[in-house]
Write a protein that binds this ligand. Structure first.
Ligand code: LRH
Ligand code: MN
Ligand code: MN
Length: 387
């Protein structure tokens, strides 16, 4: 690919920001508060717009309901538009009510299953108002002890609820089914892996696809293989990007394992799946517990861009030839050459061409935005993970 072609692909790239990453967060031991943190969905959107302003590639914000509950979602979409961004995926939340102790859509109690499914349907109503394309579902449902509930019945209950919500989707709306190995359930989880998600999506139809959260696997899982498999069968819908050292750490994407991120983006480029037209949503799903949030999100966006630039630089002809010749070392070298390229000058040049500062973090630090929000948001209740 020529440098111009690489730049043009990078210019079209889009990365979606999670509203909740701008709120306070922590672990189950402590939630830390930071100065200037948003107090409302509008302020989260304003912060996301600042990330977009400095990077140029983050034009949408995902909402989490009810964390981002407002009376008028159409007005919230208009607010986003006024700030130069749009509302993205609607994330459902059926994991924080006392009612969901034994599960949401897989709960043994039909009235709780009804309540959970109604929430998912309400999220589709919200999508109608915001113009969002994607409904993202993640279920904390599972059990802690062998025998606690019937595993097969729970799969049946899950399929029933998914079908009801799937049937409610509009022509241009989609369902993303996210999986996670464990946590908060410790024995069984009802959607624990990509295979389970894929099987349910297949049963549902073309509007249901898998969401890969990079922090939701057993250690050592080959995520790029999952990407390759799902791309081939057109069932990859989205990523929740973040990085992890141990479990669902939700650290900045590219921080723990930039090589893994490159390998994932390499499959995306290989499968011609980078362009927004292809319909794969590249979202962040992170928590910035101890670091300043806005610059951490800018850094995360840049990390995705760097991995993408390296993947675009892979010499596909050389790689293909080496693969066909059985040249193991040559093929590996073709990949590593691209990975080991310093793409920061290329990205700085691209930003300058786009009228952006070549160093988005420095530009943000100089902008005075942090000082301003620290003053403006001194009073009132800050948004937190879970509120
Ligand atoms: C679950 C998860 C899911 C939720 C988000 C807050 O661990 O990754 O995507 O919606 O965290
Ligand atoms: Mn996630
Ligand atoms: Mn997670």
């Amino acid at each position: 690919m020529t440098t111009e072609a690489v730049k043009s692909a990078l210019r079209r790239q889009e990365i979606e920001l999670p509203s909740w990453a701008f709120g306070n967060s922590g672990t189950r031991f402590k939630v830390f508060s930071q100065p200037g943190v948003p107090r409302s969905p509008e302020e989260k959107i304003a912060d996301a717009a600042v990330v977009h302003k400095h990077t140029g590639v983050a034009p949408s914000v995902a909402l989490h309901i009810p964390w981002d509950k407002v009376d008028d979602y159409a007005a919230l979409a208009a607010y986003a538009k006024d700030h130069g961004v749009r509302l993205g995926a609607i994330n459902s939340n059926v994991f924080q009510d006392d009612d969901y102790k034994l599960g949401s859509v897989t709960n043994p109690d039909p009235s709780i299953r009804r309540k959970a499914t109604d929430h998912l349907l309400e999220c589709v109503d919200i999508m109608d108002a915001t113009g969002s394309r994607d409904l993202k579902l993640w279920f904390s449902d599972g059990t802690n002890y062998p025998g606690q509930d019937d595993i097969q019945d729970r799969q049946e209950r899950l399929a029933t609820a998914l079908k009801e919500v799937y049937d409610r989707l509009g022509a241009d709306q989609r369902m993303l089914l996210e999986y996670k190995l464990f946590e908060p359930a410790f024995y069984t989880t009802d959607v624990p892996d990509w295979g389970t998600s894929y099987a349910h999506c297949l049963e549902l139809g073309p509007k249901a696809t898998v969401c890969i959260d990079t922090g939701h696997h057993a250690p050592g899982t080959n995520i790029e293989f999952i990407v390759a498999f799902l791309l081939r069968v057109d069932k990859l819908g989205a990523f929740d990007f973040n990085s992890r050292f141990y479990a669902d750490d939700d650290l900045m994407v590219g921080a723990a394992d930039p090589f893994q991120l490159f390998r994932i983006m390499n499959e995306i480029v290989r499968g011609n799946a980078l362009d927004p037209e292809r319909g794969i949503a590249f979202m962040l799903d992170q928590c910035h517990n101890i670091e300043a949030k806005i610059p951490a999100i800018i850094r995360s966006v840049m990390n995705v861009q760097e991995a993408t630039a390296k993947a675009l630089l892979v010499d596909r002809d050389t790689l293909r030839k080496a693969q066909q010749d059985g040249d193991v070392l040559g093929a590996n070298a073709a990949l590593m050459d691209a990975y080991n390229t310093d793409v920061r000058p290329l990205l700085a040049e691209l930003r300058t061409e786009q009228g952006l500062d070549p160093d988005p973090v420095a530009a943000y630090q100089r902008s005075g935005y942090f000082e301003q929000i620290t003053k403006d948001r001194a009073d009132g209740r800050q948004a937190g993970w879970g509120a």
